[in-house]
Structures are given as C-alpha cells and as structure tokens.
Design a binder for this molecule. Structure first.
Ligand code: ADP
Ligand code: MG
Length: 390
C-alpha cells in the first residue's frame, strides 16, 4: 500500500464511521474545514509518543498503541472539562514498519476508541523515520465560552478529588521493565473493546473485558508461568492464577489507559470543578502543578488515596510500594480536581462506572503540599515523571 492508497483508505474509514456534520472538509484537502458555533470555545491539545521513550514496541501491540495515542489526548480534553469532537493524527515510522500490518492494527485501536466517544478523525500526516515510531496525536474539543476548567481556579477551602484508582499504570510499567508481558495481546485487547463500558464491582475498579476471563490463552511471557503447570485446582495454582490476573490488569492500565471523558464533560458542563488536571506525571507532581497555577497549597490524607487494588495485591512480593506508586507514579490518566465546598453535594457518585475519592483540601499556603498520615504531617515533594532528568 503506498501513501496515497493509505490516505484514501483512512478517508473512506472516517466517512463510514460516525462523521461529524461540522467537518465540512475532512481528510483529502490541504487542511480540514470545521464549522464554528457561536458562544463556544475550542479546546485543542497535542501529545507526542516516541518509541523507546514513551512506549516500548516489544511490550505493546499496534492496536493498543493506537488506543493509547488517542486516549492520552482525550484525557487532556477531559481535564479541561470539555467534550471531544475531532482529532488529527500524524505518524512517522521506518519503512519496514510501513510494510507490515502495524498501521492497519494501529488504526483499528485508534478508531475503536474514537467511535466510543464520537470523535471524528479529520486529518493528519504520515512520514518515514530512520528509526522508531513517532506519533503526534491532536484532539479538538469544545466548551461553552468561558467554561473551560483551568489549573488556576483552585481556592483555599476547595475539596480535592481524584477519579478511579492510582498507581496501577506505574506498577504496570515496573512489571514491563521486569519482563512481564501481556497474554496473547490481540485476544486481550479485542475482548477489552467488546466489553465496552467500564464497570466497578465491589469498590474494585475493573475494566469490563479485562484480562483473565474466558478464552484468553495463557501468558506467553513474564515472570510467572503459573498457567503452564496447572495441577488442577491446587490452592497454590489458583493463588498464582489470581496473581497473574492482577499482573495482566496492571499491564493494561499502562498500555491501554481509559480516559475519563464522561467525568470531564460533567465536571465542566455542570460547573462543578474549580480547577482540574489529568494525572499523567503522578499525583505529587500534578497536584504541585495545579497548586502552582492557582497560587495555593494543599493538604492530602494518605489513607484517602485510592491505591490500585492490584498493585496492593502484588506489593511486597515484587518490591512495589502501592502508596508510593499512587503518589508518584504517572500515566494513570485519572482526573485530579478541586470543588468549592458548596458544590460537593452536587457531585455524582459515579460516571461510566468510575467513582471518585476525596483526598484532601486546598490551603492558603502557596506551593506548600503536605500529606497527613494519622497525626503526622509531612511535606510531599513532587517526585513524578519528568523528561530530560536522569
Ligand atoms: P500534505 O502534502 O499537505 O501533507 P497529504 O497528502 O499528507 O498532504 O495529506 C492529504 C490529506 O490526507 C490531508 O487532508 C491530510 O489531513 C490527510 N492525511 C494525511 N495523513 C493522514 C493520517 N495519517 N491520518 C489522517 N489523515 C491524514
Ligand atoms: Mg503529508
């Protein structure tokens, strides 16, 4: 397939899918043309994913990479309290990657997530690299004029909340670095998409269709090979199997994150959040960013932080500290937001099956972030992810 056949194919795919009527001219011209609406603000974001830095080709699938490329930008749109509508995606890859099935599977994952949220791909670019894959993902969303939720809106006394659970993606990354791999990747990811919406069972956050059920074949790699010597119901085998399930769920948190699009829209449209950021670098760093922009401080309670249940399950056995992962681990793509006390009672309990936790309060001491554990109060240094430090 040459470049022009490829673009023609993408163009046909976007036409046959959910197609935004406001895209007057999508893929196929020098630029796309989108009709504006009065009294709306556009929200525009871009994210770069570089092979070997932002992802490891050998640890993920093309399909999951397509999913993640869109997910990270949808998360930024959600963090602005906006509704995502259109996207652009540019990709560079080596010639040998162009020739294999990578690009088709990449777009399968991308379109599956775009369809879920009614996002129309309306342009992009493709080029060749000398080594490695580079992806630039752009999403455009919209809010009622003036309603974008900024990092700078937090005020002393506002309550601090976080969606979902924290530390799972960082635990997943640690497991990848230790050599853990997904079970047959395509089977897992297909199952995941077939599962559709997220559900929460008994306080434990789960993605419907996540690993570990039904027809998923045994692990192909990774630390434990529990499934290859199943003696038929011994207690040890089932403990190993549940550990293997926890590993698979954590790998998916890292490789195929779920952006909190529904929460973002509600927090923005109902004017519930005074400030918001998505947790991409880690709670300690992203809370510091929010406080710095708002010129306030924060105090959080360690026992209120929703550590990932699978990270807790594996902790100790693999030298993982779930609280440290929840505080400093990145890429959970949960939303961290502040709410004026008068609005707390108006918050929904859950959206798309995802609940929230109140973790602390905004204070009037600029840039001072503290964490309370019982009667002890410590300063919390920002120790999340940062490029160019090592
Ligand atoms: P240009 O020479 O201006 O870069 P292209 O031939 O690359 O033009 O692009 C032609 C059309 O195809 C444009 O509408 C562009 O947005 C679209 N396009 C190119 N690559 C992609 C891609 N990877 N995804 C979506 N649309 C693409
Ligand atoms: Mg081009």
């Amino acid at each position: 397939m040459n470049e022009f056949e490829f673009i023609r194919n993408l163009r046909e795919q976007t036409r046959s899918r959910h197609h935004s009527a406001r895209v007057i001219n999508g893929i196929g011209d020098d630029a796309s043309v989108i009709t504006q609406k009065a009294s709306r603000d556009l929200i525009v974001t871009t994210d770069l994913l570089v092979e070997g830095v932002d992802f490891y080709r050998e640890a993920t699938s093309a399909r999951m990479l397509g999913h993640k490329a869109l997910a990270v930008s949808l998360s930024d749109i959600a963090a602005m309290g906006a509704r995502p509508l259109w996207s652009l995606l540019s990709i560079g890859m080596p010639a040998e990657t162009w020739r294999d099935k990578f690009k088709n599977e990449f777009y399968e994952g991308y379109f599956a997530l775009a369809d879920k949220y009614g996002v129309t791909l309306s342009g992009g670019d493709v080029s060749e690299t000398k080594a490695g894959i580079v992806i630039d993902s752009i999403v455009i969303g919209e809010v009622v004029s003036g309603a974008a939720v900024l990092r700078s809106g937090a005020r002393p006394g506002d309550q601090i909340f976080v969606t979902g659970t924290l530390g799972g993606a960082a635990a997943g990354l640690k497991l990848i670095e230790m050599g853990a791999r997904l079970r047959r990747q395509e089977a897992v990811s297909r199952q995941r998409e077939a599962g559709g919406r997220q559900q929460e069972a008994g306080g434990r956050q789960q993605e419907a269709g996540d690993a570990g059920h039904g027809s998923v074949p045994p692990a192909v790699a990774g630390g434990s090979d529990a499934s290859s010597h199943d003696p038929g119901g011994s207690r040890q085998a089932s403990a190993e199997r549940s550990e293997e399930d926890a590993i698979q769920t954590l790998l998916l948190r890292q490789l195929a994150p779920s952006p909190r699009v529904g929460w973002g829209i509600i927090l923005g449209e109902e004017r519930l959040a005074s400030a918001m950021i998505d947790i991409s670098d880690g709670l300690s760093s992203d809370l510091a960013h929010l406080c710095s922009e708002s010129n306030v401080g924060a105090q959080i309670q360690s026992e209120s932080i929703p550590s990932d249940p699978d990270a807790i399950k594996l902790c100790g056995r693999r030298a993982l500290d779930p609280l440290a992962l929840a505080l400093h681990g990145g890429e959970d793509f949960e939303l961290l937001f502040t709410v004026h006390p008068d609005n707390v009672a108006r918050l929904p309990k859950r959206v798309d099956g995802v609940s929230i936790s109140r973790i602390g309060e905004i204070t009037d001491q600029p840039n001072t972030i503290k964490i309370a554990e019982g009667n002890h109060i410590w300063h919390l240094p920002p120790k999340g992810f940062e490029h160019f430090v090592r």
